[in-house]
Design a protein around this ligand. Sequence first.
Ligand SMILES: Cc1ncc(C[n+]2csc(CCOP(=O)(O)OP(=O)(O)O)c2C)c(N)n1
Ligand SMILES: CC(=O)[C@@H](O)[C@H](O)COP(=O)(O)O
Ligand SMILES: [Mg+2]
Length: 623
Amino acid sequence: MKLLETINDPADLRKLPRTSLTPLAHELRHFLLDSVSKTGGHLSSNLGTVELTIALHYVFNTPHDRIVWDVGHQTYSHKILTGRRERMPTLRQLGGLSGFPKRDESIYDTFGTAHSSTSISAALGMAQAAKIKGEDRHAIAVIGDGSMTAGMAFEALNNAGVEEDLNLLVVLNDNDMSISPPVGALNRYLARLMSGQFYAAAKNVGKSVLPGPVRELAKRLEEHAKGMVVPATMFEEFGFNYVGPIDGHDLESLIPTLQNIKKLKGPQFLHVVTKKGQGYKLAEAEPILYHGTGKFNPNEGIKPAAAPSKVSYTEVFGNWLCDMAAVDQRLVGITPAMREGSGMVRFHQQYPQRYFDVGIAEQHSVTFGAGMATEGMKPVVAIYSTFLQRAYDQLIHDVALQNLDVTFALDRAGLVGADGATHAGNYDMAYLRCIPNMIVMAPSDENECRKMLTTAYHYPGPAAVRYPRGAGVGAAIEQELTSLEIGKGEIKRQGKGIAILAFGSMVTPSVGAANELNATVANMRFVKPLDVELVKRLANEHDYLVTVEEGCVMGGAGSAVAEALAAEGIVKPILHLGLPDQFIDHGDPGMLLASVGLDAKGIAASIRQRFGGGEPRLVVNNS
Ligand SMILES: Cc1ncc(C[n+]2csc(CCOP(=O)(O)OP(=O)(O)O)c2C)c(N)n1
Ligand SMILES: CC(=O)[C@@H](O)[C@H](O)COP(=O)(O)O
Ligand SMILES: [Mg+2]
């Protein structure tokens, strides 16, 4: 029987002799590769945290001691060791295991994560609560070097370092990578720590656990060896006891170091060095490619896809960015650490001086763009809808209130599929349309996306284009950089009785539904400014109105239509279709949309259910 199969929870792991842990790590890594290659998922980060996960569960008394995993995309080993091994084939699928920690999935998932840089705050909260309640437990935050760049992580360090009697451990998992290569001064600083202070682990742990005279001797020897007094690390200045860097793949250093740290009081900081993709040569060589994978054959590795028939919206944006940059020197492209996902690789290559990866720092990315705009630059902030949530005040206070000319390219708008509720871009239409000065667009196809980006770019104030993950409908894309008339929608299909006012990705399924019902479909294009003339006309010419959007119904584009009707004093039966007031878990995007009635069939069914059944003027199937 394999070692891994004997472990159904960490208590089983803790019964193993130390000598079994290295073979266990080997089995676990093999299992991970095999499993992720069948389901897809975040491979390279998980391969890099195998030993760290084993060591943490081996040394600490989980779940009594709390581990909070930052981002949580590296928790597959943790899931496997905490009773979920057999469910790994369901990873990120409808009804299956989440790709991130979830409190309702396991008692070992102490805190839900997926947006980065929250772990230190959450673990500090847990440690503080334990102190108040008089409970003796450790709280451990495991955070990557990329996630460490976010302001929130430093807010938490600043708060934690003065709490001298808290059992808080921050483990910095430094693999010298974010999704793409890490950026900024922190990365340079960590590299300096790594190059100069490998002896420090022994120093700091030793200092704290050795008796006084021995400690003094050790200190003198160490200073003698270096010929200088070592300056405190930044983390020590924050009030942490800094230990490291140590090799995060060497269980022989990880386990004793953690055992020693466990005995210490007060905020501890352990710096471990790991390799993204460790143990799978292809992922080690190309950690970006293997950061998030689909299914692949592990013997062959990920193969370049045969030329896809449709381009993704991300590519539409990336191509537009390069084309617009070619004709306007003022254009600058900004990404908070999502170069690949946002389609900016080619822009980075072609315009390195005008490309800015600011790290995982969404708030900063927005205000940085605002600053550029004050000087006459034309910033384009490319950001996932879900991550812009982080920068809401910056959007209002720094951009919109000053009516600054910043273009927002909001990728991953709507349901995203395998990443689930944490990454879904469900709220942007609601949270953007209420901000004065903003204009907000949602394309129904790829060509319209390009035109909307141009429209947003030329609009001399804040403007957002929100487009979904993945491919569009396969529309031909014109190469010209042309704008749309602001605030104007179009009739896509003329019918009778029912008018469907559709936004963005919902135009195509609405046409499908309208074909069944002989309804009119309007592609509204603008969430803001809304085409009020079109709304009035549709209301006058039809008996029933339906709004459809891939965004939250509450406060979204449909609400804008209802508000416009009310303002005009028009009373009409109206049905709002969109994402319900609930979080929607991971799964296949098409299935998820169908599950909330946002495919053609579901839209038609909802309309029938609401307006059918004897309503005299409803016209169905009479085309
Ligand atoms: C707030 C936020 N912004 C961006 C992301 C996207 N993202 C997920 S993992 C990741 C890189 C994290 O790097 P690191 O913490 O070093 O972990 P590693 O992947 O190297 O293990 C990024 C940018 C996110 N999850 N949350
Ligand atoms: C963990 C994380 O936040 C990212 O890796 C995210 O999963 C990327 O999503 P996309 O695959 O949509 O770029
Ligand atoms: Mg990293």
